[in-house]
Design a binder for this molecule. Structure first.
Ligand code: DGY
Length: 323
């Protein structure tokens, strides 16, 4: 009997793949920097029993309806807005993600981005690197404090909770907004539930960690930015499309908010000419929330184990939907 066929849409660790190769023929798109072209992905989908995908791959109706052997899609991310779950269910394909294993790493990045935007770390780095540091002066690259300020977390899932724990260590007041109340965070960290509008009005740092769904698309619109303090810094480590990017640009241009730290963008990747890059008070990162070597390796292992489980007729560990 021939082995099942697994296609991986980006170059990942060969070592991680060893156990998978024992039970399946495995091919991968052999580039670290270039996403798999759509045509290649569609063709591979026609043959594959399993796909290991990236958040940049669109696993849509067209792909899923033309993948007669496909049993599982393991997405190397906690977010799965790139996958049409309804079409997956209709085509009896199991969809898995990588929750929990990236929580602390992504919370570290979120906090780092907040510190960086508040204390102007990237500006300061470029200042030194470009030879501009000629003398010390009291307000040279002076930013704003993070400690003892108010953080407003939109999306109190496990990453939000991990950010709240860090905020507590910095003596911050913690506000949050979420679909449901989070008693653990309220009791243990003193986090206070607020309506979306109250959170925007009361926070020095507004941190977006909510997943992208039909309900959250453009949640941060012109009105949302207007409601924030003019000293507020907006941090987004969720998904770019939760923000109306034109509205964010307008808010920065018109000083409705003081700055931003962005790990995600409306359409990724962005080019060097993207309007958000013109603002010195914006720190921009290339979607690296969970990108530590340890965590990315663990995420790959989880995807691998989920694929092996499904191909062996067992239950995958982290199923988000589909069949
Ligand atoms: C995810 O896993 O969804 C994150 O965005 C990756 O950094």
């Amino acid at each position: 009997m021939s082995k099942p066929y697994v296609f991986i849409t980006r170059k990942i660790s060969e070592e991680v793949l060893t156990p998978l190769k024992q039970i399946a023929d495995v091919q991968m798109w052999n580039s670290e920097s270039e996403a798999v072209p759509r045509e290649v992905l569609l063709n591979e989908g026609k043959k594959a029993d399993a796909l290991l995908t990236m958040l940049s791959d669109s696993v849509d109706e067209e792909l899923l309806e033309n993948a007669p052997n496909l049993k599982v899609v393991a997405n190397l991310a906690v977010g799965y807005d790139n996958i049409n779950l309804e079409a997956a269910a209709q085509n009896e394909v199991i969809v898995c993600n990588t929750p929990d294993v990236l929580t602390e790493t992504t919370a570290d990045l979120t906090f780092g981005l907040m510190l960086s935007a508040a204390r102007r770390l990237t500006e300061a780095h470029h200042f030194v690197k470009e030879g501009q540091w000629k003398s010390w002066s009291p307000y040279l690259l002076a930013g704003t404090d993070v400690h003892h300020k108010t953080i407003g977390i939109v999306g109190m899932g496990s990453i939000g909770t991990a950010v709240a724990r860090r905020a507590k260590g910095f003596g911050m007041e913690i506000l949050y907004h979420n679909r449901s109340r989070h008693s653990v965070t309220e009791n243990e960290l003193g986090a206070v539930y607020k309506s979306f509008g109250e959170l925007l009005e009361g926070s020095d740092f507004v941190v977006c960690l909510t997943p992208l769904t039909e309900d959250t698309k453009h949640l941060f619109d012109a009105d949302a930015f207007k409601r924030m303090k003019s000293s507020a810094i907006f941090i987004n480590v969720g998904r770019g499309q939760v923000v109306d990017e034109e509205a964010l640009i307008y808010a920065l241009e018109h000083k409705e908010i003081a700055g931003a730290g962005l790990d995600v963008f409306y359409k990724e990747p962005i080019g060097a000419d993207h309007p958000l890059l013109q603002f010195p008070q914006v720190v921009s990162l290339p979607h690296i929330g969970s990108a530590s070597v340890e965590t990315r390796t663990t995420m790959m292992e989880l995807c691998r184990d989920n694929i092996i489980a499904v191909l062996e007729g067992k239950k995958a560990k982290t199923v988000v939907g589909g069949k």
